[in-house]
Design a protein around this ligand. Structure first.
Ligand SMILES: Cc1cc2nc3c(=O)[nH]c(=O)nc-3n(C[C@H](O)[C@H](O)[C@H](O)COP(=O)(O)OP(=O)(O)OC[C@H]3O[C@@H](n4cnc5c(N)ncnc54)[C@H](O)[C@@H]3O)c2cc1C
Length: 389
């Protein structure tokens, strides 16, 4: 069974100063009230055009983001590669809705796909579908509402933008991950992604849908997606995550009075997540797995399933992934053992990636034990290094 205990391997890409900086940052994130205050002060400062780069960039941004542009991520990509860890450049500008912003996101995502096509250390491209239309279009189409002429045209434009991205990914031979967000947008996104898989996954998995296993309907949706792939004779690209928007999902279902799409408890999410991995290994001839998790059990369980099935550790149909700045003990130990590992590496101008950073800060405050785990691993490594000197 793979062990994630070795902190020398986990942190070998980090200098002593990097470790100290990370320690201080996670220590700060462990204070709930500080995170709330910092988050709202930063957002207000941005609204009032008060510069925040000087405080954000050397601290939380440096921990979780690769740089302001693809080019600025270069040194980080090379640093990870030294230890056999690959990178996935994720343009993390969120919450923009104007036509110009959508166009700009499209151009930047196309650049990131082409960049990945020219760099073997960047094995995937990625995008958030919400960057390519407005929330009301995704919501109305997903709910099956009758659309106005304008809405129909906008929905078509969304489909065309997604197809443009998928086609360029296919032509560049770069698998592309399509993130999942709020459940009320997802029916339309799933339909478009299934259509793209049927079109571009004939030879191998190029287009990947995301399955959020905190939804109680996703295991059966995985089985349906697999059946569609069998019937349509194409490969299924399946990225698994637990899901990042649980509170929002529960609040909305409560407010609007419909049954929550979220599992009743964490054990149910864990059970379905791991069952999904098992299902995919059992059907590996048709599925490529992208296991996006910081959960040690879910990472080691997939490694075990691979062994039971007799797969090579570096089988090209199985990938492990964590976010940059988090859970290096999982990423670097898996990579050291020979598994395929890629870190999600967000990039974008400081003020535009603030929503992403706020999510990371909140997650590290709220996810049970996550910050404590990072802190104790970093302390362990700092004292190991001290005792060596
Ligand atoms: C590479 C990568 C890509 C990602 N991409 C996406 C994406 O496209 N879309 C997205 O939504 N998220 C994405 N995430 C975030 C992910 O969904 C999780 O929020 C995060 O990774 C924490 O889950 P975990 O499996 O790492 O760890 P764990 O700590 O084991 O799980 C925490 C998660 O369990 C679930 N959970 C916690 N409590 C309960 C409860 N009471 N009832 C039910 N479920 C509960 C929640 O989903 C919570 O986030 C990504 C994460 C990674 C590493």
């Amino acid at each position: 069974m793979i062990s994630f205990e070795n902190t020398e391997i986990a942190f070998r890409s980090k200098s002593d100063n990097d470790l100290k900086r990370s320690y201080l940052l996670f220590k700060t994130l462990s204070h709930n009230s500080l995170v709330k205050l910092g988050g709202s002060l930063t957002q207000s400062a941005i609204k009032m055009h008060i510069p925040v780069n000087w405080v954000v960039k050397p601290t939380i941004y440096k921990q979780f983001v690769g740089g302001e542009s693809i080019e600025e991520c270069g040194p980080t990509v090379r640093n990870l590669q030294e230890y056999n860890v690959k990178a996935i450049l994720d343009y993390s500008v969120e919450g923009k809705e104007s036509d110009e912003d959508i166009e700009a996101a499209l151009i930047e995502t196309l650049r990131s796909i082409k960049n990945a096509g020219n760099n073997s250390n960047i094995p995937f491209a990625v995008f958030k579908p919400t960057a390519f239309t407005t929330p009301d279009i995704l919501e109305n189409v997903s709910a099956g509402k009758k659309l106005t002429e304008r809405e129909k045209q906008e929905a078509d434009r969304f489909r065309i933008r997604i197809e443009t991205l998928c086609k360029v990914a296919y032509e560049s031979n770069v698998p592309i991950l399509i993130d999942a967000e709020d459940s009320w947008f997802q029916n339309f996104i799933d339909d478009v992604v299934n259509e793209m898989m049927a079109k571009f996954n004939k030879e191998k998995a190029i287009i990947f849908n995301t399955f959020q296993m905190y939804r109680h309907d996703r295991l059966s949706f995985l089985e349906e997606s697999y059946q569609k792939a069998v019937d349509g004779n194409y490969y299924l690209g399946a990225k698994f995550v637990r899901g990042a928007y649980m509170e929002k999902e529960r609040e909305r279902s409560h407010e609007l009075g419909y049954p929550s799409p979220i599992q009743p408890d964490k054990d149910s999410t864990d059970r379905d997540f791991n069952a999904a991995l098992k299902f995919c290994i059992d059907h590996i001839d048709r599925i490529t797995i992208f296991n996006g998790t910081h959960n040690e059990y879910s990472a080691s369980y997939l490694a075990e399933l691979m062994e039971e099935k007799g797969l090579q550790k570096n089988d090209s149909r199985v990938w492990f992934s964590q976010l940059f700045g988090m859970s290096d003990h999982i990423s670097f130990n898996l990579a050291d053992a020979g598994y395929n590992v890629a870190k999600y590496l967000p990039y974008g101008p400081v003020k535009h990636v603030i929503p992403y950073l706020v999510r990371r800060a909140e997650e590290n405050t709220s996810v049970k034990g996550q910050t404590g785990r990072e802190l104790s691993l970093i302390s362990k490594e700092m004292s190991r290094r001290r005792s060596k000197n």
